[in-house]
Design a binder for this molecule. Structure first.
Ligand code: FAD
Length: 310
């Protein structure tokens, strides 16, 4: 029997988790809805119950804490630029946020939803009849990866643009679940498996993102896409160097998870770039070829090093 459709609007995180527990296996949290609703339209997301997080005050606000800037998960991408703490210490986050979708999408899209948006693949983000015609794929009831013509692993890509920017600047997140809170490094939630790209439990709620204060980050951000507006990434590259000389590279769009390389400014740059390219399991599931995107990793990282280290 098809489950009845429900739209629930909790007013606290605890209530949201209670609703989630009552609908295990058949609900989806909704923040700005710009990812979820499109996936529902394409038949890739069919949960009968939607739990709207928009009334949760615990997920809102941007404030300085002792060593971190706390950004609520429901903060709107288009509005991050209005916050002085972000614009002064973490301008790369604003650049990344403003590279997402279009102005209209960014006015609804949240930062939490962006780091948790669904992985994408040219062969998966298609209409139901298209996917049925090709016999589905690992990510939607099929048994092979169509992009690789038969591999038993899913290479749908992480397409979040803010995730690499946040990770390069050592962001942490707070997650609340049935058994309490945990604070983890953002990169640790990504699994590398395109079918289940994150290791968070179904009921977990991302409440906030934390950026470390007073690190003196120098940063550089690039996004490869066919059009300057309204385009998912084919490669997002973020580099941050702090005042101690610690260097961190984070890439999206070339692997099911962020590709992260850490070093210092005294390390051999060619070796760091090689490590980033080697860590990227890009396949031909994008508008740009795998070869071109891997070449562009070197191009972008060389540009970043020229800018930040000269
Ligand atoms: C035309 C178009 C272009 C786009 N271009 C880009 C782009 O260039 N770059 C890009 O990164 N994205 C892009 N997107 C995808 C999407 O708009 C963004 O990723 C957006 O930031 C998602 O945020 P949201 O608040 O709308 O998330 P939602 O759609 O509400 O949620 C996304 C996912 O996160 C989960 N979720 C959301 N918030 C929480 C929370 N607090 N706790 C637990 N789970 C949560 C939801 O259950 C869902 O699985 C585009 C979308 C469209 C339609």
């Amino acid at each position: 029997m098809t489950k009845e459709k429900q739209y629930l609007i909790p007013t606290s995180v605890n209530e949201a988790i209670v609703f989630a527990r009552q609908n295990l296996g058949s609900f989806r949290y909704l923040a700005g809805g710009t990812d979820v609703m499109v996936n529902r339209h394409q038949g890739n997301e069919e949960s009968p119950c939607l739990i709207d997080l928009s009334k949760l005050s615990e997920l809102k606000g941007i404030k300085k804490e002792e060593h971190f800037l706390r950004i609520g998960a429901l903060e709107i991408l288009e509005e991050l630029k209005l916050n002085k703490n972000i614009s002064e210490e973490f301008p790369m986050l604003i650049e990344a946020a403003l590279s997402v979708g279009s102005p209209l999408i960014r006015k609804a899209a949240t930062l939490g939803g962006n780091v948790l948006c669904e992985n994408r693949c040219l062969f998966y983000n298609q209409s139901e009849w298209w996917r049925e015609a090709v016999g589905y794929c690992l990510k939607c009831d099929g048994d092979i990866c169509i992009a690789t013509q038969g591999k038993n692993a899913c290479f749908s890509e992480l397409v979040s643009d803010t995730a690499p920017a946040l990770i390069a600047m050592d962001a942490e997140i707070e997650v609340v679940d049935i058994d309490g809170n945990q604070r983890i490094k953002l990169e640790d939630i990504y699994t590398g498996d395109g079918v289940t790209p994150r290791n968070l439990s179904e009921t977990a709620i991302l409440t906030a993102i934390f950026l470390p204060l007073n690190r003196g980050f120098k940063t550089d951000f690039h996004k490869l896409r066919e059009r300057e507006s309204l385009e998912f990434t084919s490669l997002t590259s973020a580099v941050a160097i702090d005042s101690t000389g610690k260097l961190k590279i984070a890439l999206a769009g070339v692997d099911p998870k962020p590709v992260v390389v850490e070093g210092t400014i005294t390390d051999d740059k060619t070796a760091l770039i090689k490590q980033a390219v080697k860590g990227s399991r890009a396949v031909d599931n994008d508008m740009y070829s795998r070869k071109y995107r891997r070449e562009m990793i070197s191009v972008y990282l060389n540009r970043s090093f020229d800018k930040l280290l000269s």
